[in-house]
Design a protein around this ligand. Structure first.
Ligand SMILES: *Cc1c(COP(=O)(O)O)cnc(C)c1O
Length: 400
């Protein structure tokens, strides 16, 4: 007799649980911020939050919230239409133009999420005669987007520029018509910035376009927060930028592709997640416009973020923790063993600090860690409190 479908699903769930990989969502009863209230099951408490992508602290910014409310009042709750039928408001074009101007590109096109932007950016632009050369640590949405595209796929080990060059040569030998190098701007598990200088140099030498997914950078890294291309001095040399409105830029939701006019125009004609999905919610568009406006001028917030990162790194390093070194507000604390990472996360939770442990298969075996993220929403006291909690928990568990 055929096994019952539900039994198989129950078995998979039990296996996930047995492997220690079951993800449980914690209930937050407050806004997103430097401190959040967690609970929802009766006992509520306030914790210092080190695991949101709320780098600039705009998720709870009063002006962003006020702008979203005005958007709601003026443009309504929703459009109940795709963009090309009757779903494009002046607000949508204003946001797209704002993103393009911010990132120094001709134009931009909105998606419901960057996951959709990456899912829909490759297939219309590249065909079977073309080649996409992708970093092995690229975000899942890039991997899926490349899979949906008929272009030939090539992969290079994370950040390995020699291997990238080999793949470019290989694509040339295979007779590729057009080539695209696709990379994350920041690799979010490690907090490393991609070597965009070399990537752009190789792109030029081998005639390849360059695409950067800058989700973990737009808003807080580089001059005026223009992201890793600005940070590494290559913003005129990156052809396609994809990004999110769900992290630094207000943290609500939404993604985009920013590029030259013909690229954006073709995506508007052909990109499936754009064509066959509802228009962007007006309140989110209005709040995001304001978030970008604030982000561009937020040197004070970027300074605050950088100084929190510097202080937190120094505090933990002096105490004897092993960190991955980098130049982003992502600070991974290496614990190597999955169980230790889990125990450390629990010990920090008891001490009022909210962190996320990462272990296999999200990171390689033996590379378990707690990934902390700084935010401009944190106060100096919050950062000091978090450092003390790490030291106390680290001593209790014999990590330091
Ligand atoms: C968060 C993230 C995404 C997904 O963005 P959403 O807008 O949340 O769908 C895509 N790529 C990278 C590198 C990310 O960090």
């Amino acid at each position: 007799m055929a096994p019952k479908f539900e039994d198989r699903i129950q078995g998979l769930l039990a296996q996930i649980e047995a492997d220690g990989l079951y993800k449980r969502e914690r209930l937050i009863t407050s806004q997103q911020g430097g401190k959040i209230r967690v609970g929802g099951t009766g006992v509520e408490r306030e914790v210092v939050n080190l695991c949101a992508n709320n780098y600039l602290g705009l998720a709870g910014h009063p002006e962003v919230i006020a702008a979203a409310k005005r958007g709601l009042d003026e443009f309504g709750f929703g459009m109940a239409s795709v963009r090309f039928i009757c779903g494009t408001q002046t607000l949508h074009r204003q946001l797209e133009r704002g993103i393009a101007r911010y990132l120094n590109k001709d134009d931009a096109i909105l998606f419901a999420a960057c996951f959709d932007a990456n899912g829909g950016v490759f297939e219309p632009l590249f065909e079977a005669e073309d080649a996409i050369i992708s970093d092995s640590l690229n975000h899942a949405s890039i991997i899926d987007g490349v899979r949906l595209c008929k272009a030939k796929r090539y992969r290079f080990a994370n950040g390995d520029m020699n291997e990238l060059e080999d793949r470019l040569k290989e694509a040339n030998r295979d007779g590729a018509r057009f080539k695209l190098i696709a990379t994350d701007g920041v690799f979010s598990m490690d907090g490393y910035v991609a070597n965009l200088q070399t990537i752009c140099d190789l792109g030029e030498r081998y005639g390849a376009l360059v695409m950067v997914d800058d989700c973990h950078a737009t808003g807080h890294l580089g001059e005026a927060g223009r992201g890793t291309p600005a940070l590494t001095g290559v913003d005129q040399r990156v052809d396609i930028v994809t990004g999110t409105l769900g992290k630094s830029l207000g943290g609500a939701m939404g993604g985009f592709v920013a590029a030259s006019q013909p690229i954006v125009d073709l995506l508007r004609q052909r990109s499936r997640p754009y064509l066959f999905s509802n228009s962007f919610a007006p309140a989110v568009a209005a709040g995001s416009i304001k978030a970008i406006e604030i982000a561009e001028k937020a040197d004070d917030r970027r300074q605050n973020l950088a100084s929190h990162a510097q202080r937190f790194r120094a505090g933990l390093q002096t105490a004897g923790f092993e960190l991955l070194l980098g130049e982003t507000p992502i600070i991974p604390v290496m614990l190597h063993e999955a169980r230790l990472a889990q125990a450390m996360a629990a010990a920090l939770d008891e001490r009022g600090v909210y962190v996320a442990g990462f272990f296999y298969p999200v990171v390689p075996k033996g590379k378990a860690r707690i990934r902390t993220q700084m935010s401009a929403a944190l106060t100096d006291e919050d950062v000091g409190f978090a450092i003390d909690a790490f030291i106390d928990a680290g001593k209790a568990l014999g990590v330091i």
